[in-house]
Design a protein. Structure first.
Length: 438
């Protein structure tokens, strides 16, 4: 067992894992390697190779002074969070290992995990906004995020302005300037690529616009990186301050859990952690453990899904029953030069979620969906299995008709998330489903 090193106040500092090896022979280890051991010391858990699931609501203090010191961290009297484990609404071993590992993918200082993607977003927004503030965001956003900003926070006097996801710096500056004239801008909130348009946000342009409008008084830039992160997009490198995840999707990757995460600089995560401590939106230990298992195969799964999607989209693109395929991997082949430029600067892969526009309307889309034999008819994305759904009739059913048209959410749109199956089996399935459309 590791020896406790008592400090001068007689309290026990957090027992940090011994095997925090980040470098071998001068070589910096990659996340895919570190997912198997980083943040966990078997010696602290009876030699168990894998972390046990710590099912406890509370943790025993070694002495009263240690309890006091830990609470100073929990309550923010000292920055950086608790130095030891206190109570499972605040932290726990599984969550801490998960957060240590999650932060590695974007080379971030710190990470926090949550009970869902939406509870991550809600906790973040509650941390930064106050009545009279004007949130500036890219549009469109995930529907629940739009509801949260527009309808829920709206009830507390928070306003918002948006710019279209693909906007250029001048347009973003204009919107930021208008927002600044209306009230305090607590944060700039982005989502890229936008769902279901797949429009990419130019994070570098947003950062430049922020500098032009706000100078040194910079509101943080937060971005929902669920669709391409953490493998294909690392927006902290382009100037975002906080990267947000629905870990339910690619990070969890098996369609068997719901969770969320935020990664970024400690100074911004500390107040979010305080809010999470207050309202209790942390991940549970069991889900955190499942996510540790998921992260071990994250690069394998995402790489395979990305390769599969490229093959499937190449097949779909030329099919006579297909009108068009909205797939980021096709941006380089001409078309929207501005989007292609953002893709080149921001993305290392096209992901595995795309829009398939069939010739026809709802009848054709439903015939296609009902004929699929491998792909499952379900919403969500980023799992090992391929999913397909009709946004106009499902996720975006309640969106007003004019806005649906503006966003390209037409009746012939099928959203597809490709999994890790055999690519030729998937192509065979899509081929027979297209053939079944009359
Ligand atoms: C799914 C999703 C969310 C919400 O995440 P939950 O884990 O379902 O709460 C937020 N943003 C995007 C882009 C998503 O796809």
């Amino acid at each position: 067992m590791q020896e406790d090193e008592s400090d001068l106040t007689g309290t026990t500092p957090r027992r940090r894992p011994k095997n925090a090896v980040r470098e071998v022979g001068g070589r910096r280890l990659q996340p895919a390697t570190l997912m198997m051991g980083h943040g966990f010391d078997p010696a602290l858990s009876e030699g168990s190779l894998k972390p046990p699931i710590f099912l406890t609501s509370t943790f025993v203090f070694e002495n009263a002074a240690a309890g006091k010191r830990f609470f100073e961290g929990v309550t923010g009297k000292r920055p950086g969070g608790a130095e030891g484990l206190v109570y499972s609404r605040f932290n726990g071993p599984n969550q801490e290992i998960l957060e240590d590992r999650l932060s590695l993918w974007e080379d971030a200082e710190d990470a926090l995990t949550f009970s869902s993607g939406m509870s991550a977003i809600a906790t973040l927004l509650l941390t930064f906004v106050q009545p009279g503030d004007v949130i500036v965001h890219s549009g469109p956003l995930y529907a629940a995020t739009e509801t949260l900003i527009g309808r829920v926070l709206g009830r507390f006097g928070v306003q918002w302005l948006d710019f279209p996801a693909g906007a250029e710096q001048a347009q973003i500056e204009e919107v930021l300037g208008r927002a600044k004239a209306m009230g305090r801008v607590p944060l700039i909130y982005l989502e890229s690529p936008a769902n279901p348009t797949n429009a990419l946000v130019d994070v570098e342009a947003v950062a430049a616009a922020r500098a032009a409008v706000f100078g040194d008084e910079r509101p943080p830039i937060a971005i929902d990186n669920t669709f391409l992160g953490p493998l294909w997009a690392k927006p902290l490198e382009q100037g975002a301050d906080l990267s947000i995840y629905s870990l339910t999707k690619y990070a969890g990757g098996h369609s068997d859990l719901v969770a969320g995460g935020v990664v970024g600089a400690k100074a911004l995560l500390d107040p979010i952690r305080m809010m999470r401590n207050t309202i209790g939106t942390i991940t549970d230990p069991n889900t955190a453990w499942m996510l540790l298992r998921s992260l071990e195969t994250l690069e394998l799964r995402m790489t395979r899904a990305g390769e599969n999607a490229a093959k499937v989209c190449a097949f779909l693109r030329d099919h006579p029953k297909v009108e068009s395929v909205g797939y980021l991997g096709f941006l380089q082949d001409g078309g929207d030069a501005r989007q292609a430029d953002i893709y080149r600067r921001h993305c290392t892969g096209a992901g595995s979620t795309f829009s398939l526009y069939l010739k026809g309307g709802e009848k054709e889309a439903f015939a296609f969906l009902d004929s699929l034999k491998i792909a499952h008819l379900a919403v969500s994305l980023g799992g090992t299995e391929t999913l397909a759904s009709a946004p106009a009739a499902m996720t975006h059913l309640s969106v007003p008709e004019a806005r649906k048209q503006a966003l390209g959410i037409t009746d012939n749109l099928v959203r597809i998330s490709i999994g890790v199956e055999d690519p030729d089996d998937l192509i065979a399935d899509f081929a027979q489903a297209l053939d079944s459309i009359r």
